[in-house]
Design a protein around this ligand. Structure first.
Ligand code: NDP
Length: 327
């Protein structure tokens, strides 16, 4: 038997999450059983700890959309007991049991070997949010980052914090947009050279084009903020759109695309091919300063998760929460 955060649904459809003992034969089918060491708290986890938000198919459910740990047993040649592995995506923790447990069973295709130079704890300090931030930076690089500051929206959140640290470490000027002025020192520590108040970019304008300002953007917020950013990009610059913390509607015009040749790049961390996942994790090990990563981390246990799940849905979590499932 081992510990897991189990979300159950009662006859009236109400869900509740609690730390429970479960047994190995309850785990889903798969080729590799992993002794999980760390997981994290992401926006989707908040949804899955609560009523599911359409992501969870069956109850009882073990959330946790990412984890890092050590292979315990494997029927796939690529992995052997003792190997360190990391998992993000594949809807693990959504429609399949995930990382909020001391053991997880998955398909070998879903795993990536832990890159050299990263510990399992560091990998989860990065987690899905940081992995996505790296994919966003790679997408901007592929399309060319222009001169001028790179804007990061939702900067004090998980994706935003890691994107800020990576971009600053790569030598870019980074402007962080935040609705929490008290996080300014934290963002400067991560390498932001400019702090932009959320209201400044959230205000609607009738002008489809404004002064060419940003050399690129990692956007975790979407909605009105993304629409406004499109009109402020430099000629030919790109936005890597990652999330919708500020809403799913995009009240934009086509004008920035037509007259400024800007690019809107969609980033999906869930279905990335293996080679891309490996490349992103290797870039993380190389380009993300680990001391900065430490500054973003808040430790947690399985028992803390119901509260943290509610907090992240309200946009109240700063940086990255690392869950030690054995604590
Ligand atoms: P967090 O909650 O950690 O960060 C989101 C940040 O957005 C908040 O910290 C806040 O930043 C800002 N924010 C929240 N609400 C609003 C609002 N109403 N208006 C403007 N800004 C707001 O979440 P993550 O960083 O983990 O994830 C961010 C988004 O990216 C989510 O939508 C998530 O689902 C998505 N995501 C997508 C992935 C993909 O594969 N495409 C993978 C991972 C995440 P501040 O306080 O600084 O203003």
């Amino acid at each position: 038997m081992f510990k897991a955060l189990l979300v159950e649904k009662d006859d009236e459809g109400k869900t509740s999450a609690s730390v429970t003992e479960i047994s190995e034969d309850q785990l889903p089918e798969g080729d590799v059983t992993v002794a999980v060491e760390y997981s994290t708290v992401n926006y989707k986890d908040g949804l899955c700890i609560g009523p599911g938000g359409g992501l969870v198919r069956n109850y009882p459910h073990v959330p946790g959309i990412d984890f890092a740990g050590t292979v315990e047993s494997s029927s796939d040649d690529r992995y052997k007991p003792g190997d360190k592995v990391v998992l993000t995506g594949w809807r693990v923790g959504e429609n399949r049991w995930g990382g909020y447990a001391q053991k997880a069973r998955v398909k070998a295709d879903m795993l990536v070997p832990l890159p050299e130079g990263l510990t399992t704890r560091q990998a989860m300090a990065v987690g899905t949010a940081g992995f996505t931030a790296m994919l966003a930076v790679m997408a901007l690089e592929d399309h060319g980052i222009k001169d001028g500051p790179v804007l990061v929206t939702g900067a004090a959140g998980g994706v935003g914090s890691v994107a800020t640290a990576i971009l600053a470490n790569l030598g870019h000027q980074v402007a962080g947009v935040t609705g929490r002025p008290e996080t300014a020192d934290y963002l400067r520590e991560l390498g932001a050279t400019q702090i932009v108040a959320r209201e400044e970019i959230n205000e609607t304008t009738k002008r489809p084009l404004e002064t060419e300002t940003w050399g690129g953007c990692v956007d975790a917020v979407g909605g009105a903020m993304l629409a406004r950013v499109l009109g402020q990009l430099q000629y030919g610059a790109s936005v890597a759109a990652v999330g919708l913390a500020g809403g799913a509607n995009l009240p934009a015009t086509v004008v920035p695309f037509l007259l400024r040749g800007v690019n809107l790049l969609g980033i999906d961390s869930v279905m990335q091919p293996y080679d891309n996942r490996l490349r992103a994790w290797q870039r993380i090990a190389k380009d993300l300063p680990m001391d900065k990563l430490e500054a973003m981390v808040r430790p947690a246990t399985l028992a803390d998760l119901p509260q943290l799940g509610a907090d992240i849905l309200k946009g109240q979590v700063q940086g990255r929460v690392v869950v030690d499932v054995n604590a």
